[in-house]
Ligand binder design. Sequence first.
Ligand SMILES: O=P(O)(O)OC[C@H]1O[C@](O)(CO)[C@@H](O)[C@@H]1O
Length: 544
Amino acid sequence: MSNPVQLPQWQRLATHAAEVRKRPLREAFATDPGRAARFSRQEHNLLLDFSRQLIDERTLELLLDLAQVRGLKPAIDAMFAGERINRSEHRAVLHVALRNRSDRPIQIDGQDVMPEVRACLAKMRDFVAGIHGGRIHGATGKAFTDVVNIGIGGSDLGIVMATEALADYRHRNLRLHCVSNVDGVQIGDVLHQVEPERTLFVVCSKTFTTLETLSNARIARQWIVDRLGEGAPARHFAAVSTNAKALDAFLIPPQNRFPMWDWVGGRYSVWSAVGLSVALALGMDQFELMLEGGHEMDQHFRTAPFQDNLPVLMGLLAVWNRNFLGMDSLAVLPYDQRLHRFPAYLQQLEMESNGKRATPDGGLVDYDTGAVIWGEPGSNAQHSFFQLLHQGTANVALDFLAPVNGSGAYPGQQTLALANCFAQAQAFAFGQTETDIRKDLQSRGLPDGQISQLMPQKLHPGNRPSSVLLFSRLGPKTLGRLIALYEHKVYTQSVIWGINAFDQWGVELGKKLAESLVPVIENPQTNTDPALGGLMTYIARWRV
Ligand SMILES: O=P(O)(O)OC[C@H]1O[C@](O)(CO)[C@@H](O)[C@@H]1O
């Protein structure tokens, strides 16, 4: 696909941005009382208020023109039609099939994938019911009380995020633990807390070659063997993978194996059997409600006109902020503690998908692509890094997320959370004028000299772009909608930028180097790489 920068639509946006930057949001709202309503869209129980973005009607028109000329509509249709849009790996991209709740077949090369998807869901349902009801139990006949998910990246982040987000729906008799990191701390801590006879390990790995996952799984396996005997792992391990051979080698029995397909990317896989631990923790009904929410967002993305299409609008606004207003990062700020891992989940989703500088036809981009994604729940974030956002020199766009009705045991507290969320959105948009600051300081009796000195330090420029994503309540369906919303936002951006959102070649080099360094770190004296000489000396000196 051609370079977007050379398109007249892109150039028009660049010219337009220079004008829009000069216009304060304070003025935009003052002169247009209908602005909040005009730049808000509702879909199901989600409201996207993007009126505090640095845009006007013309911006939207121009962005929609860009979407049209970049072929966003055919690109969306191609994804849903099972075309091999992941060109570097020659794969279809069908996470939408995993949550397809309609009768519509979804085909790859004329083959409907839905029967396999439904069979997998049925197997998950049976397995979850078996574990919850005690029909499926440990080697000594005891019911499972603890599930340990072992996986990393897309085989961990979605599980952690979703089970934390939906903690109010957790199954009473089953605790979930998630182990991802390679350093041995998590697996050690978890094994310290659980009883072998009552613990089920779910090893999740699309490839079943990932160093972190395999080494943690081996530790867990040995732990079970040492305590319950050689035959016990067959009852205490389940696995999710595309790699049947590796599952044979790990001696996972057929009834405990759950499939994955090469048309599901790791970071898009929480909807697949990778979500088994979610279903175990919350129940299959809750998991399927999440799928329904995702499916609803798919329908919306596929059919809604672009000017009312939430993921399309969010994707286009992200392009606007990144390429035309120079925003380097996006802070994701959920005002619901239950969503505390949502920013981490989005980091992989957005940054592994759109952190690319090459195009599928082998060219290099000469424009910015994926921004840095980061964030923390409000109001904690306010008391940590908001100072920089309000008055620092970094260019950061903001996504506020908030439920009207709070989660947890004291939902009444949500009034305070919402007040903080809205106050921040207003403060970022409007800042504080010199006149207001002067009035305040004068009323406190400060002399003019001191006021002048304090003025730049107190001044709050405003005009920091943000969106507020408000929803009624955080439940499984809403979470499904939110995840799918961001997934499609990511795809929208990738289509505008002309990059492949579904491969991740950049992560391979580090993996390979790590493997080759294991024996060197074991025997630092064998190191031959001068760049590592200093570090290896200290490994040898300090290792106990
Ligand atoms: O599920 P797997 O194959 O173990 O991969 C784990 C993660 O590793 C990555 O390949 C990145 O290193 C992710 O894309 C993926 O989610």
